[in-house]
Design a protein around this ligand. Structure first.
Ligand SMILES: [Zn+2]
Length: 350
C-alpha cells in the first residue's frame, strides 16, 4: 500500500503495520501511538538516507517498505561496487545518530518550559528511537547495515560470493546469540514481550541472510553472461502482413507461441498468438497479424543477459529480437537465460 513518494521513491506501508498501530492504540492509548509514529518516522528517514545515497551513485531505488519490525529499501544492488555498498549502508545509521543528536538538542531547549511538554516528550522518544535504530542496524548481521558494511570490507580480500557466505555465517551466529541472550533476559526479568520481539527480529535476520546468499549466488551466476552467449541465431520470424490463420499454422509447426515480427522499414518486435484465444476462428483468415499489438522490445548481443531478462519481464515478452547495427541477428528467450543461470548456480553451490 503506497502512502507517499519522496524524490521518486515510493514509500509503501505493509498492511500488518496498520494492525500494529490499531493494537498499540487499543492497548496503550494515544501516547503510545505517538511514540510508535515517532519510531516509524525515524525508520522512514533512516531508509531514505540509504536510498538517497544510493541514487547519488546512480543506483535505482524501487521503493521503501515499512514493516512492523522496521523498514526495507528495495535497492537494485546488481553490480554495486563494495565502496558504494559501504557508503549506502553506513548512511542509515549515521543519519539516525545525527537525528538523535538533533532531538537531544530540542529536548534540552524545551525541557524547562511546561507549555512545550508535548514537544519535549516527542523529542525524548525521538532520541531513544534513533539511538536504538542506529545501534541495532550496526549489528554485523546481514541484511542489517552492519552486515553489509562487514561484507563490503571483506571484499578487499575475498570475492563477492565468498564475502557474502562469510557474512551469512556471522549473521547466523549473531541470531543464535541474540536468541540465547533474549531468552536469558526474559527469564531473569520476566520480560516476555522482549523475548517475543527479539524472536521475530532473529527470524527476520535469519531468513533475510539466506535471501542475501541466494541473491549473491544469482548475481555471481549471471556475472559475465551476455545475450551473445544465450541467443539463438535463427529465430522464427513472421511478417505482420500475414493473417492470424497463417500465424497459427506457423505456431503449430514450430511449437512456438511467440514470434519475431518483421516487416519493411519497421524494427523487429515480438508478437504473441495468445490473443487468438479470444478471437473466433472464423475471423482469423481476414485479419492481419500486425493488428495484434506487437511488443516492442529488443536487445543487442552485448546486452548483459540479466538486463535482457529484466527487459523481457517488464515488457511481458517471452523472447526478444537481438539487433546488431539495426539488423536482426537472432532471438533471446527468457527461459533460456533462466535455465543457463540455474545451471551456473548449480555449479556454484555444489
Ligand atoms: Zn539501515
Amino acid at each position: 500500500m503506497k502512502i507517499f513518494q519522496v524524490s521518486h521513491i515510493d514509500i509503501d506501508l505493509h498492511w500488518t503495520f496498520l494492525l500494529l498501530l490499531a493494537f498499540v492504540l487499543l492497548a496503550g492509548g494515544i501516547d503510545s501511538a505517538i511514540i510508535m509514529l515517532v519510531l516509524f518516522g525515524s525508520v522512514v528517514l533512516h531508509e531514505l538516507s540509504h536510498s538517497i545515497v544510493a541514487k547519488m551513485h546512480g543506483i535505482r531505488v524501487r521503493r521503501i517498505i515499512l514493516l512492523p519490525i522496521g523498514g526495507m529499501s528495495m535497492i537494485e544492488e546488481f553490480a554495486m561496487p563494495p565502496a558504494t555498498e559501504l557508503k549506502v549502508a553506513v548512511a542509515g545509521p549515521i543519519f539516525s545518530f545525527f537525528l538523535a543528536l538533533v532531538s537531544l538538542a530540542v529536548l534540552a531547549l524545551t525541557s524547562n518550559f511546561d507549555v512545550l511538554l508535548p514537544i519535549t516528550n516527542i523529542a525524548a522518544a525521538a532520541v531513544e528511537a534513533n539511538v536504538m535504530l542506529g545501534a541495532f542496524n550496526l549489528l554485523p548481521a546481514i541484511p542489517l547495515d552492519g552486515g553489509r558494511v562487514w561484507r563490503a570490507l571483506r571484499q578487499r580480500h575475498r570475492d563477492y560470493l565468498t564475502a557474502t557466505r562469510e557474512a551469512v555465517s556471522l549473521s547466523k551466529l549473531i541470531v543464535v546469540l541474540l536468541f540465547i541472550g533474549s531468552f536469558a533476559a526474559a527469564f531473569l526479568f520476566s520480560e516476555w514481550a522482549f523475548l517475543f520481539w527479539n524472536a521475530i527480529v532473529a527470524l527476520f535476520i535469519f531468513v533475510g541472510s539466506d535471501m542475501e546468499l541466494d541473491g549473491a549466488i544469482f548475481k555471481t551466476a549471471s556475472d559475465g553472461l551476455f545475450v551473445r552467449d544465450v541467443m539463438r541465431p535463427k529465430p522464427v520470424t513472421i511478417s505482420g502482413e500475414k493473417s492470424l490463420r497463417d500465424a497459427f499454422i506457423l505456431a503449430l509447426s514450430t511449437r512456438s507461441t511467440s514470434f519475431i515480427l518483421t516487416g519493411k522499414g519497421v524494427t523487429p518486435a515480438v508478437i504473441s498468438i495468445g490473443p487468438l484465444e479470444k478471437i473466433p476462428q472464423s475471423g482469423w483468415k481476414g485479419r492481419k497479424l500486425s493488428s495484434l499489438h506487437p511488443i516492442h522490445v529488443h536487445v543487442s548481443p552485448e546486452t548483459p543477459a540479466i538486463e535482457a531478462w529484466k527487459r523481457m519481464r517488464t515488457a511481458g515478452a517471452e523472447l526478444s529480437p537481438v539487433l546488431a547495427n539495426g539488423k536482426l541477428v537472432g532471438a533471446v528467450y527468457e527461459a533460456d537465460i533462466e535455465r543457463l543461470i540455474y545451471l551456473k548456480k548449480i555449479a556454484l553451490v555444489s
